[in-house]
Design a protein around this ligand. Structure first.
Ligand code: FE2
Length: 253
């Protein structure tokens, strides 16, 4: 009895051979006799697995933003791709916030210490002076939130001791916005002098446009409340550590 059961499994094998013959695999039929049909039948199976390999090479691309999005169809790479999708988001973080884009920056008085002819430079730092390093950065846009490239920005302010250089160009200079409307300049924190709260003086002029004369202020400065020129909308966003400060502002012209 058991011998007859053992014989049955051999039948399907014969049936398969017939099937191959019926499918016109005449050459394969001869190969079956040599036992090579088994290897040729299994060879198509590894092929798909080899094709599945290329997609995993996709994760090498995630560093390039757009390519990572394209490779998402590969399920195995989804976690990696999701992680790689974050960099572009952080890249977008510095974009201009235009909640108040319709409101041009407020003008204030020029004051008595403006001088023409300042040098163009990206740093007003005077190495001989002791003071708090201060980096002023930000954007210049128009009222439609479009970046203003090549806007001229003039900055002048009191030195750390509260004195203006009215004979030369210490803490005086001008620079230009980049194509995306951004700017950055290094200086030292403006000193205090009697009658005023702490402030920077600036002029901002778009190419071919009119000049905006204004001032920028520090938040949480004791003198702000008693300063007749102080305007809350001209407060910089100031961050600091023990050694330096950074202030940012978005000019709308
Ligand atoms: Fe001043």
């Amino acid at each position: 009895m058991s011998a007859s059961f053992d014989d049955r499994p051999t039948d399907p094998g014969l049936t398969r051979r017939r099937a191959f013959v019926l499918l016109g695999l005449a050459v394969g039929a001869s190969a079956c006799r040599n036992g090579q049909a088994a290897t040729s039948a299994t060879s198509p199976t590894p092929a798909p697995t080899t094709q599945a390999v290329p997609p995993p090479t996709g994760p090498v691309d995630p560093e390039t933003t757009s390519t990572s999005n394209v490779s998402t169809p590969t399920s195995a790479t989804v976690p990696t791709t999701a992680a790689a999708a974050e960099p572009p988001t952080s890249t977008l973080a510095p974009t201009i916030s235009c909640d108040d884009a319709d409101d041009p920056t407020v003008e204030t008085t020029e004051g008595p210490y403006f001088s023409t002819g300042s040098p163009q430079r990206s740093s007003l730092v005077e190495d001989k002076d002791e003071g708090t390093p201060f980096t002023l950065s930000g954007f210049v846009t128009d009222t439609q939130c479009g970046p203003v490239a090549q806007a001229k920005i003039e900055l002048w302010h009191a030195d750390p001791a509260g004195e203006y250089d009215n004979a030369g160009y210490r803490y005086r200079g001008h620079f230009f916005t980049a194509d995306d409307g951004t700017f950055s300049v290094d200086t030292l924190k403006a000193g205090l002098y009697p009658g005023r709260t702490r402030h920077f003086h600036l002029k901002v002029q778009p190419p071919g446009g009119s000049v905006l004369t204004t001032q920028l202020f520090w938040p949480d400065e004791d003198g702000n409340a008693d300063d007749g020129i102080f305007v809350a909308s001209l407060l910089m966003n100031v961050t600091s550590d023990n050694a330096s400060e950074s202030g940012s502002f978005h000019f709308v012209v």
